[in-house]
Design a protein around this ligand. Sequence first.
Ligand code: MSP
Length: 529
Amino acid sequence: MCKPWQFVLLGASATCYPTPVTITTSILYPSGTPHLGHALELVQADVLARYQRGLGASVYFQTGLDEHGLKIARKAEEQGLRPRDYVAQQLQLFTALVEGLAVSADRFIRTSADQDHAQMVEAFWNACLASGDLEQRTYAAWYDVKQEEFLGLVADHPDAVVFGLPSEQIERIEETNWFFRASRYEQQVVRALESGELKVYPDHRAKELLQFVREKGLQDVSISRSRERLSWGLPVPGDDTQVLYVWFDALINYLSGTASVGGGRIVVSERWPATLHIVGKDIARFHGLLWPAMLLSAGLPLPKALMVHGHVRSGGVAMSKSLGTGVDPLAFTQQYGSDGVRWFLTSAIPTLDDGDFTAERFHEVYVSECANGLGNLAHRVVSMTKRYVGGVVPQPPSSGHAERAVTLEHLSGYTAAMGAYRLDTAAERIMSLVRFANQRIDEYQPWVMAKDEHRTEELHGFLYELLEIVRIVGVMAAPFVPSYGLRVAEAFPGVLGEDRQGSAALRWGVLEAGMPLGEVGVTFGRVEL
Ligand code: MSP
């Protein structure tokens, strides 16, 4: 049977073969301590990568650091370090976050350290040059140092006040640089967005991108800086007076792990085009407009989809270290475990919209959904089965009860949500199933059934159904809370390893009467606020 992601039409006949899935996060600026926004993006990508792996897809998942640019150079200078040493120092913080969140990336790219990336950037530059899309121009423009973004020409905006940014964030740049002629690709990029060839989630972000192009056009961009002013960057091939603009360098990271350079040319592997780039709303334009134009210029296929998440605020205000509203995600993983943080970020923060974090709300969700919801259901059902049936899977009921139908309905909602990258909706389906099972236990009271020998068959049938729900909840939740998924899987040692998380496990009736039950290890331990 073809699985959905393997269903590829070849000519007139339908043929199955595995289509690799490539998922990326943006590469993070290591210019400060990692924050909850970084954690959100890493976790979202990891949940989708784990989900796809669970379905049996061959997944390539890439993340990393964006280590060049003015902002990093300035931070290094502030600390009296060379940029190279500064980013090496910052690296520790970011790898600790990746580990602390149990992010299962296949590759962690570092733009200032990885040779294959430098080679890819050079080949990419040459491909754009060969297309006639790179040329030198002299100009004066306003530059946003924080976002590493050109705001507009001084000729068009004589006063930078119009940008409404703090004056220390804006710099006037006047030099001769290399320009990328993005405007030549405006129509093609618009068509890709309109047709869904490059699909943007949520829809309204695609509309925003198209609206932006309608109003401002796809402008040519400066893609180099004079080495005299900024030496921290990759060299411009054939021009040692210039280094590359950090965004041109950074976007190419997506190819560094999915293509190779042979004879100076870029050869994409089966990992490209990317299935999904996951980015925040502030950098949607770079990914939805500039990146496709760059790829078109280099003659390479466009990514299939872009998922744009919102921003996490803290108590309603933007997170900022200087305002004391920054949240250290690593501290929370140490206190609550990676599963606790992963669950909050995916279930309580809307996947494609802004969300809010406070320590109180986080604790509340941890207690009610993780500990009292997911954790309690698994422990409760397994221990009742041990007590009343002697620790093996009992006989299923002779006729189906509501449990099966309700579970299948939740499973289909979950699968649809995961396919639409709505992690919040999928997590809500999991919690709703957990609540349903807990309610049924309270309603049917297996402890009362156990006292009545005429009700043994009924008790066994009911516990069988509850065990199936626990097992399926474990499989559904595993991409979100992998340690919990593992603990639940360990309670069913008779179920084959590959069925624990695969699509075969996402169906009713995998358990067979007589299978021994294992222990559910500790899930979501007690934490004081
Ligand atoms: N280095 C660039 C990306 C280059 S990709 C070729 C960059 N780095 S960043 O560190 O500033 O941001 C990394 C990601 O974190 C972005 O997707 C950004 O939107 C996201 N977030 C930054 N602050 C955030 C929140 N407060 N909440 C959620 N995500 C946030 O941009």
